[in-house]
Design a protein around this ligand. Structure first.
Ligand code: DLL
Length: 456
């Protein structure tokens, strides 16, 4: 490509298409829309999306033809419910690029979700998709208290994972100086934070705990760092974990950011630093639904269930009624009343432990464990089947400043809490500090050591 020089000698790219607001510290107009305005925008965008997917992605045409529905049936928002759900399997079958609505010449980025089992899920982006993504991530960061001009330490992993690059371009779009650390190399992270004095950090909640440990190992109290804002996501975390992190870093505010690769990546929803009351879903680009994961029926506002998303503006990879497996509920918007909020995610339906008929998520253990000041946030759950019955062992580290006896006393109380509040019996093993493997990104909480290929 030939680059023409500008006569005004401006450093700005004259060919840039990025719609950056003149004052990046101000909300986008769509952010401030009323519920009615959002819903009429959603209706227009949904109608476009349904036709666009049907005409350009054979898998959607096949799905809708088989179900006997047609984009022309969409006459009001409520009609979305007649279109079948999609899921990871739908995308897997299209591996790697058969779900794309545009030719490869229009694709500018390819990411893939790790996929704990089998084939990864591939997600693609056009130039416009990347612009939307950066704009929405920037919106989340501003909403969570980051300001143009701030230095932002990005500890989300760079690479095929959408966290690193998604957060990176969002921070640049907001007008921040990004420090592209990626995950891992904790000592170096600590050094960079000490030397560069960023105001904000982007990380998974559990990796931020690892970084806090890194500071303590150097003899530095995390409260002495420059960090004032942490934007945390990519894994479930509880109000208790927020409290833990905010206490550890002193004046820092920890806010949530939510997203998933298939729907875009980070930035589908973000949290206000003022109200810290759950992430608002950016409904100018995504229409959420909550469904009953067992009978697939749609749940009313406030009821828990599985989150389902329809992306309203995606060009490369249309996503319609995609089942996320994330369990939460929808709530009315507060700081941005036109957009609905999501409650904290309890977990993924596929991460649910069923222990002798009782459903259990690691977040429930996190919530209860962190109420005992003798116990640390570092724990893992092991499921075994020594005889015919499943058993769970909670392995949890004690805090540095308590004795083993004190921690074991607290563990007995935790065991009682788990029995009475969740309904499961378990064993608790108290470990010394720094024994469990530390998170470098998304933490692994569950170790399922039951014999394979037997009935559950
Ligand atoms: O984790 C995207 C992301 C990166 C979000 C950085 C936020 C920050 P995936 O790897 O596709 O994408 O994983 C998506 O992670 O379905 C949830 O189960 C979980 N998840 C993501 N954000 C949150 C959150 C990225 N704030 C899966 N709270 C999702 C709870 C989250 N779980």
């Amino acid at each position: 490509m030939t680059v023409q020089s500008s006569t005004s000698c401006s450093v700005k790219n004259p060919y840039s298409v990025a719609p950056v607001a003149a004052d990046r510290s101000q909300p986008d107009p769509e952010e401030l829309m009323s519920r009615d305005q959002i819903e009429s925008l959603q209706f227009e965008r949904l109608r476009w999306t349904l036709h666009y997917a049907y005409e350009n992605v054979p898998a959607y045409k096949e799905l809708y033809d088989e179900a006997g529905v047609h984009p022309g049936d969409f006459k009001e928002l409520d009609d979305l419910k007649v279109f079948p759900y999609t899921d990871k399997e739908f995308l897997r079958k299209a591996y790697p690029f058969k779900a794309d609505a545009v030719p490869m010449s229009e694709i500018r980025r390819i990411h893939a979700s790790s996929g704990t089992t089998g084939q990864p899920t591939v997600v693609t982006y056009t130039e416009n998709d990347l612009q939307t993504w950066a704009t929405l991530v920037a919106r989340c960061f501003r909403f969570s208290g980051i300001k143009p001009g701030d230095k932002v330490h990005n500890a989300y992993g760079y690479g095929l994972f959408t966290g690193g690059l998604g957060a990176h371009y969002g921070a640049e779009r907001l007008g921040c100086a990004v420090i592209p650390m990626s995950g891992g190399q904790t000592e170096k992270q600590v050094q960079m934070i000490k030397d560069f004095e960023p105001q904000a950090i982007l990380s998974t909640p559990t990796y931020l705990l690892t970084i806090a440990d890194g500071f303590r190992k150097l003899g530095v109290d995390p409260k002495e760092t420059s960090l004032r804002t942490a934007i945390l996501g990519a894994e479930p975390w509880t109000a208790e974990m927020r409290h833990e992190i905010e206490q550890t870093f002193g004046t820092l505010k920890a806010c949530d950011i939510y997203g998933l690769s298939e729907v875009m990546g980070p930035g589908v929803a973000g949290e206000s630093f003022e109200s810290q009351d759950g992430s608002h879903i950016w409904e100018d680009h995504f229409r959420p639904e909550i469904i009953d994961p067992f009978d697939d029926s749609i749940m009313p506002l406030g009821h828990p269930g599985e989150l389902v998303f329809t992306a309203l503006t995606k060009e490369a990879l249309p996503i319609i009624r995609y089942r996320t497996h994330d369990l939460t509920r929808l709530l009315p918007g507060t700081a941005r009343p036109g957009h609905r909020r999501m409650g904290k995610i309890t977990g993924r339906s596929d991460d649910m432990i069923i222990l002798r008929g009782v459903n259990l998520f690691p977040t429930q253990v996190e919530e209860l464990a962190l109420r005992h000041p003798e116990l640390s946030p570092h724990f893992a759950l092991e499921i075994t089947r020594p005889h015919r019955m499943d058993e769970m062992t909670v392995r949890i580290e004690r805090r540095e400043d308590v004795t083993l006896e004190q921690a074991e006393d607290a563990a007995k109380r935790l065991q009682h809490d788990i029995k009475t509040k969740i309904g499961s019996s378990c064993r608790i093993e108290v470990l010394d500090p720094d024994v469990l493997p530390r998170s470098m990104g998304k933490i692994r909480r569950i170790y399922d050591n039951r014999p394979k290929n037997t009935e559950s």
